[in-house]
Write a protein that binds this ligand. Structure first.
Ligand SMILES: [Zn+2]
Length: 341
């Protein structure tokens, strides 16, 4: 039997052209270029468990990782954060048990699965299992290495979910885009915007999602800007917000004629993104303190002049930039839609 170049355990390995197709019981299935595979087999390498953990977690998400060369590997290692201690490793273990065992807490066989928690070997993994057991999170089922979640474990998972909801910007993973899109969708659906505005915003959001999925990140950010514009305008048109604007109007609204019965339609027809932004700032001066991308950057993305002047930021946006806008939009949407005068 051949070995897995990443974790050095016995593994099935087939040569295909210039790469190996590896099926490892620890790392899962993946493809790796010859030179990198040979390098990893030959050299002492401290970060095997991180690479192995990454490949395994990706395969759990249904992705068969392809690592062509050292550069690919470096990119991966830069993007992965291994658990900072046993407690974070145990959190990963709980998530795995939930994924595999489902809501019925079915027992899960944990044989060669130590890379799930980025453990270096089975001993380290067994230590986490023991600690999780001591904490009352899991219980051992007789016969083999079978474990299931207990009530305490579910409580801990609940805490983790809530933390992730409150502080989405703390640890952003690129794969989480769908989660943020879903949260924005929920915010819009639950809002008190007019039905027309909801529909338009939800359509634009769906377009942003399609763009993200096909890696058209600039198109994605542009559509997120359209969603934001809709949310700002829809909020300004809410009757109680309009009333507030009429008692303390920003200059631009005064010019439209405060007592005009068509004021809401005039705001929609005659003003644009910049004006909505200024009105929102006037109403909610604290919004730029959210520590997110400001509203303006959504607009700047489609300014050719901005793109020419600051290409590092606005030209050819990366997946990370799209993700930053996505997480920012989620917080902005939450703030704007829940605001009451
Ligand atoms: Zn392996």
């Amino acid at each position: 039997m051949s070995t897995c170049p990443v974790c050095l355990n016995p593994a099935r390995r087939i040569a295909i052209g210039t790469a190996y197709d590896v099926l490892c019981k620890v790392c899962g299935p993946y493809i790796i270029g010859y030179p990198l595979a040979h390098f990893l087999e030959r050299e002492r390498f401290e970060k095997r468990h991180i690479l192995s953990g990454y490949i395994r977690n990706r395969s759990e998400q249904g992705v068969k990782e392809q690592i062509k060369d050292k550069e690919d590997m470096e990119t991966i290692l830069d993007s992965v954060s291994e658990p900072s201690g046993p407690f974070e490793a145990i959190d990963l273990l709980l998530k795995y048990l939930r994924r595999k065992g489902g809501k019925a807490s079915e027992p899960v066989q944990l044989e060669n699965d130590y890379s799930i928690v980025f453990a270096k070997d089975r001993n380290e993994f067994d230590n986490y299992l023991r600690m999780a057991h001591e904490l009352g999170y899991i219980e051992h089922r007789k016969g083999g290495r079978c474990y299931k979640l207990k009530t305490e474990g579910w409580l801990q998972l609940d805490k983790l979910d809530k933390l992730a909801e409150q502080e989405p910007s703390l640890e952003i993973k690129l794969e989480d885009a769908e989660g943020f899109l879903a949260r924005i969708k929920k915010e819009i659906e639950a809002s008190s915007l007019e039905e027309d505005f909801k529909e338009i915003a939800l359509y634009d959001l769906e377009q942003a999602k399609l763009a993200y999925q096909s890696r058209a990140f600039k198109a994605c950010i542009v559509m997120l800007g359209a969603v934001l514009e809709g949310l700002m305008l829809g909020t300004i048109r809410r009757p109680e917000v309009l009333q507030r604007i009429q008692t303390d109007p920003p200059k631009i609204v005064k010019e439209l004629g405060l007592n005009d019965p068509q004021l809401a339609d005039k705001i929609a027809g005659e003003l644009g993104f910049e004006d909505y932004k200024n009105i929102i700032h006037h109403l909610m001066p604290d919004i730029e303190k959210l520590h997110v991308e400001g509203i303006q950057t959504f607009r700047n993305t489609i300014h050719p002049w901005k793109t020419a002047k600051e290409p590092a930021i606005y030209k050819d946006p990366s997946q990370t930039r799209a993700m930053v806008h996505l997480t920012s939009l989620q917080l902005l949407a939450q703030h704007i839609l829940s605001w009451t005068p």
